[in-house]
Design a protein around this ligand. Structure first.
Ligand SMILES: Cc1cc2nc3c(=O)[nH]c(=O)nc-3n(C[C@H](O)[C@H](O)[C@H](O)COP(=O)(O)OP(=O)(O)OC[C@H]3O[C@@H](n4cnc5c(N)ncnc54)[C@H](O)[C@@H]3O)c2cc1C
Length: 305
């Protein structure tokens, strides 16, 4: 990996933003996962193309992440370069009723900015612990709202060669927790959101209502990646898991949350392998008892330990 580190230094990345053998347990909300060979923190979207070039020159694969709040990294970690676009790469401004934000802006910061500007449309997103970049790829949402309702344009670069790309609203192909960009090999750099002027008191009340609902229903005091499985059409994964009697089921320190059966939590010492085994057990039992095949919502990356 020395060649990759040298190529990143030659591309002017400061050494403190190049992290060799970066523990993915540190960079994901699940707090599990082995090391990435090299992780680079992006501070400006113009740095993405040079980072891609450095990886190409060194012949290593590239993995992209935001805040790591929807990722399960296996215990063997990730080979090659991890490009992290999160809080170091944040910038947000208003233009008319639109908000223009960098991919690393957190959904909660975007919601707070909109509130301060008296713009409605993001209140429900305030408690989602991801970035706008990760959110737009997944069409993140909660409490009846999702990003598809407000995103009008996405600027990106191609993962293959850093070429700039842009997507207008009709090209984004949003559906439930999915966008057309998800499998298109793109790195989101900038997001345009069209919001609606609204009374800040009303926006704040809605944010508080959603935040209370989260605190009441979700196991926020344990590491997790949010809902482990997608909602099957017309059904709720948590309800199916609960009805199969799986609430509290444990493998090592991975547990189906007692508070919300849709969440797998890390009680402290879980490994990725514990979580994956528990996911398999849940999936098998739900299939056997209900005939429904659950699909993971968390994105699983890396190599076995
Ligand atoms: C406690 C908790 C509650 C949650 N509640 C919700 C909820 O209510 N609704 C919801 O939708 N999700 C929820 N999540 C899941 C998660 O926060 C969202 O999916 C979020 O959008 C992920 O963003 P991220 O920046 O953390 O992305 P990551 O987890 O880092 O990455 C997720 C995927 O996006 C890709 N990606 C990241 N950044 C970019 C980029 N700039 N360009 C292209 N691809 C990118 C990654 O490659 C990866 O495939 C919750 C998670 C937790 C831990």
């Amino acid at each position: 990996m020395n060649a990759l580190i040298q190529a990143l230094v030659a591309a002017n990345f400061p050494p403190e933003r190049i992290i060799p053998s970066a523990s993915m347990a540190r960079y994901t909300t699940f707090r599990v996962g082995g090391p990435a060979d090299v992780l680079v923190h992006i501070a400006d979207t113009r740095e993405i193309a040079p980072a891609l070039r450095a990886a190409r020159q060194s012949g290593v694969p590239v993995t992209l992440m935001g805040n790591g709040s929807n990722l399960l990294v296996r215990d063997g970690g990730i080979r090659g370069l991890v490009i992290r676009i999160a809080s170091d790469c944040a910038g947000i401004r208003r233009e008319g009723d639109c908000v223009l934000a960098k991919a690393g802006v957190s959904l909660s910061a975007a919601a707070q900015f909109a509130l301060a500007e008296g713009l409605g449309g993001l209140a429900e997103m305030a408690g989602i612990p991801g970035t706008l970049g990760g959110g737009v790829i997944m069409n993140a949402g909660a409490y009846g709202a999702d990003l598809s309702q407000v995103v009008t344009r996405v600027d990106a670069v191609a993962l293959s060669d850093g070429r700039p790309l842009s997507f207008e609203r009709e090209e984004l192909g949003f559906s439930y927790r999915h966008s057309a960009m998800m499998d298109a090999g793109v790195i989101v750099t900038d997001i345009t959101l069209r919001l609606t002027p609204a009374d800040p008191a009303v926006i704040r009340a809605r944010m508080e209502e959603c935040s209370r609902a989260r605190r009441d229903k979700q196991p926020l005091n344990y590491p997790s990646a949010g809902s482990t499985f997608k909602r099957p059409a017309g059904l709720f994964a948590a309800k199916l898991i609960d009805e199969c009697g799986l609430r509290g089921l444990r493998v090592g320190d991975a547990q189906v949350s007692e508070k919300h059966a849709g969440f797998i939590i890390n009680l402290g010492g879980a490994t990725a392998s514990d979580i994956l085994t528990l996911m398999d057990q849940v999936k098998a039992r739900v299939l056997e008892e209900t005939g429904v095949s659950l699909e993971p919502e968390v994105r699983i990356l890396g190599e076995d330990g």
